[in-house]
Design a protein around this ligand. Structure first.
Ligand code: GTR
Length: 326
């Protein structure tokens, strides 16, 4: 009797499994460098739920968080080839590929996070999303990446002079390398996943990021000084592989686009809460946070970065329009 029962429940379990995978005709593989529970990860999982509901369980998303599919630059390449269907990354690592993303990676280009929202929610945001297409990606939505500030293990940075000669990790984009050079520091571009041990072992002195990343990566455990100079407000982007996109029917494409758009507000709400929670955790851990900082000299030092990177008429026009947006 016991054997029969065990067999019966094993059979039921396999039927249940088969039903779940059968229900999802297409499961889109999505990549994220952040851990489960991070706002970007939860937002794409939410988008997956919306999609599943709206397509009667036919289209699903599986989020591979914690860089399970690799570091951002590599996953961006794999997405182009359709090995990964969806990818949530910073727009920074896209700078050398999609020229238009450069303008939203420029230091101090946005006056505030609100200003960034207004720009990215409007025609400029749409234009930049469309610019991904010729490069093999479909830009679906922009997410928040807060504002990025410097942290290090050596000393509190209170002015540009304190950055002189410091080895600072940046995302892999020429803009950020030139930004650090303009500030008198030594830029070290490297994948996010290598930063913790690089700080720990002294390969670099520090890096720069927003509150949630500083906290969730554990970098605050090895870098005890955080200076809120807020030099970058770089939006994050959710892209789909053009190869995967072209396999979907027009209706399914519309459903994916809509679910992505609908996940944006969810992401923003989660982001605000996470920024607060991360700040509390980092402060409670004893990190010295430098808030009293004069940003003007940091901003003034960025002229050379603009001169070098905003060269084409297209980019000049985009920057002018961003600045003219209230
Ligand atoms: C985070 C961002 C990641 C990644 C990381 C980095 O703020 O969410 O996508 O780009 O920064 O510094 O590499």
């Amino acid at each position: 009797m016991k054997i029969v029962k065990t067999l019966a429940s094993a059979l039921l379990a396999s039927v249940a499994l088969a039903t779940t995978s059968m229900a999802c005709e297409i499961t889109l593989k999505s990549s994220d460098t952040h851990p489960d529970g991070y706002p970007t990860v939860t937002a794409v999982q939410h988008m997956g739920k919306l999609l599943e509901e709206r397509t009667d369980g036919r289209l699903c998303i599986e989020v591979f968080h914690s860089a399970q599919l690799g570091q951002e630059k590599d996953t961006i390449e794999q997405t182009k080839f359709g090995v990964i269907d969806l990818n949530r990354v910073s727009t920074g690592p896209f700078n050398n590929l999609v020229e238009e993303t450069k303008v939203i990676s420029l230091p101090y280009v946005f006056k505030s996070v609100d200003h960034m929202h207004t720009v990215m929610d409007g025609p400029i945001g749409e234009e930049i999303l469309e610019a991904f297409v010729p490069h093999g990606y479909v830009g679906l939505a922009f997410y928040d990446g807060g504002s990025r500030s410097f942290y290090n293990k050596v000393k509190p940075i209170k002015s540009i002079d304190d950055l002189a000669g410091m080895k600072v990790r940046v995302m892999q984009s020429d803009i950020f390398v030139d930004m650090m050079t303009a500030l008198g520091a030594n830029a070290t571009p490297m994948p996010y996943g290598e930063v913790y041990s690089a700080i720990q072992t002294g390969v670099i002195d520090g890096a720069e990021n927003n509150w949630p990343s500083f906290e969730s990566s554990g970098h605050y455990e090895v870098a005890g000084y955080y200076t809120l100079d807020q030099h970058l407000i770089v939006p994050e982007v959710l892209v789909m592989s053009k190869i995967s996109w072209d396999k979907l029917s027009a209706d399914d494409q519309a459903a994916v686009r809509q679910a992505a758009k609908d996940s944006v507000q969810v992401m923003r709400d989660l982001w605000v809460a996470r920024e607060k929670a991360s700040e509390e955790k980092v402060r409670a851990a004893g990190v010295e946070v430098i808030t009293d900082i004069d940003k003007a000299p940091f901003m003034a030092a960025m002229d050379s970065v603009y001169e070098k990177h905003v060269t084409s008429d297209k980019l000049k026009d985009l920057v002018a329009r961003i600045r003219a947006t209230d």
